[in-house]
Design a protein around this ligand. Structure first.
Ligand code: PMP
Length: 462
């Protein structure tokens, strides 16, 4: 840490935080007996807190966001240059970075054509849901308006997104939800609820479960299917072989729009620009947020095909017929300016290649750790988006108790390594340690992370 803040400044900051900040996703009672963690500074893969303690960040800012690492002066400079030229104008007009980033982004997404700017993953998904509903009104007399979402997937925090939320633990106490959202089963073979699921062709079978829901609901009532390419907070769920091609087939068969939520996977996390690009599918709508500008500015995008875009151009004399939507801060130019530089860094530094190489290395090492630690029931993931599911019993796959999983996370933190855990409060589901280091991670960084995890597992489970 560069020491710009005096000890007095730091203690004042902590007191101000304790007195006035309502932190995300946390029970505040604990701060009556200890201080919150305040992150003061970051560089590369590392961050420093108020005590000056260095942490190796294995979760890219906590939630899969800082893909290119901390302290990127090039991005800060690009944002500065843009802000003093033009900081904002509402998105009914265009902007220089908005146009150039859209062109660059679409060049990495064959088949996609249009970029709609907004600020958060939730907002991008809401926009997509609204488009589906409007298309239902424009084309299908309002009927084809249902949106399918999958068990364990998450699409955001608003009431609309929670209505499409497959993680019950996040939804409890926030209902009632919006109508017209219908759940389909997850595709995690390790946790297949249906014991009759076939061992061979499991992927196709899991996708066929979606078709069953469509047939039950009536295909003429279903407008879209919204899926994460690799499920993130729901337990790092990689799709089984054969799953995605069958999903695509089903969507085409019933004229259902395929909306892929790339809020976590987008911009390199899995080793391709977008997660879906591993699986040979062509979506109709793609949403993205976290890695778009690696957290240097708030930006999210909804991209669509030209065919979806065209549906909003017909009957131009009807004043109701365009996409009647706005995002005030979708007109901020800092977002696309940062995103442009973020993308340049990923390309120039070969970060997709690094993600593939380091991801394979880390996945291999995690699999080796399974031999030593019987609490690791399953390891999975893609690129630098990996999970190790902990179980109390390997044979029965009984999930490890949440408290013990948290003890592993806390032990790593004590060693100066920040890891994550998903599904912390899902009874009977899975508790998965989560790793998503920045795409710049080296072998030494990965070894450092895994050595902390190894030590933590030994201390917590013996
Ligand atoms: N979709 C997915 C897959 C996510 O993981 C998240 C955030 N964790 C969101 C959407 C919502 O993004 P935001 O928090 O930016 O609204």
């Amino acid at each position: 840490m560069d020491g710009n803040l005096s000890p007095n400044d730091l203690s004042h900051i902590v007191e101000a935080d304790k007195a006035h900040v309502w932190h995300h996703l946390i029970q505040h009672k604990q701060f009556e007996s200890k201080d919150p963690n305040v992150i003061i500074e970051g560089k590369g893969m590392r961050v420093w807190n108020q005590a000056g303690k260095e942490h190796l960040d294995a979760v890219s800012g906590g939630v899969w966001t800082v893909n290119v690492g901390y302290g990127r002066e090039e991005i800060a400079k690009a944002v500065y240059d843009q802000l003093i030229k033009l900081n904002y104008f509402a998105g009914a007009a265009g902007s220089v970075p908005g146009a150039l980033f859209a062109e660059k982004l679409i060049s990495k997404m064959p088949g996609m054509s249009r970029v709609y700017y907004c600020n958060s993953g939730s907002e991008a998904n809401e926009k997509a849901f609204k488009m589906v509903r409007q298309i239902a009104h424009k084309r299908y007399g309002g009927k084809k308006n249902k949106i399918l979402f999958r068990d364990r997937d998450y699409h955001g925090t608003t009431i609309g997104c929670l209505s499409a939320g497959g993680q019950d633990e996040r939804n409890a106490q926030y209902g009632p939800f919006a109508p017209g959202f219908v759940r389909v089963p997850h595709c995690l073979e390790y946790r297949a609820a249906d014991q009759s699921a076939p061992k061979q062709h499991y992927g196709e079978w899991a996708a066929d479960q979606i078709e069953q829901v469509i047939l039950r609901e009536g295909p003429d009532t279903v407008g879209a299917l919204c899926l994460e390419p690799v499920t993130a907070g729901g337990g790092v769920i990689t799709p089984p072989e054969g799953y995605w091609p069958r999903v695509q087939e089903i969507c085409r068969k019933y004229d259902i729009l395929l909306h892929i939520d790339e809020v976590v996977c987008g911009l390199g996390r899995t080793g391709t620009w977008f997660g879906y690009q591993h699986y040979g599918v062509q979506p109709d709508m793609v949403t993205m947020a976290k890695g778009v500008a690696s957290g240097y500015a708030a930006i999210a995008c909804l991209t669509t095909t030209e065919a979806v875009f065209d549906m909003f151009k017909d009957n131009a004399d009807d004043p109701m017929n365009y996409f009647r939507d706005i995002s005030t801060f979708g007109g901020c130019t800092a977002g696309p300016a940062a995103a442009m530089e973020n993308m340049r860094i990923i390309e120039d530094e070969g970060l997709l290649e690094n993600t593939n190489a380091m991801g394979d290395y880390m996945l291999g090492k995690l699999a080796e750790m399974q031999d030593k630690h019987t609490v690791i029931g399953d390891v999975r993931g893609k690129g630098l988006f990996l999970g190790a599911e902990l179980v109390a019993d390997r044979d029965t796959r009984e999930p490890m108790a949440e408290k013990r999983v948290q003890a592993v996370v806390a032990d790593c933190m004590g060693q100066g390594v920040i890891i994550g855990a998903t599904n912390r409060s899902v009874p009977g589901y899975n508790n998965t340690l989560c790793f998503s280091p920045a795409l710049i991670a080296t072998k030494d960084d990965i070894d450092h992370i895994l050595s902390a995890v190894d030590g933590a597992l030994t201390r917590v489970f013996g």
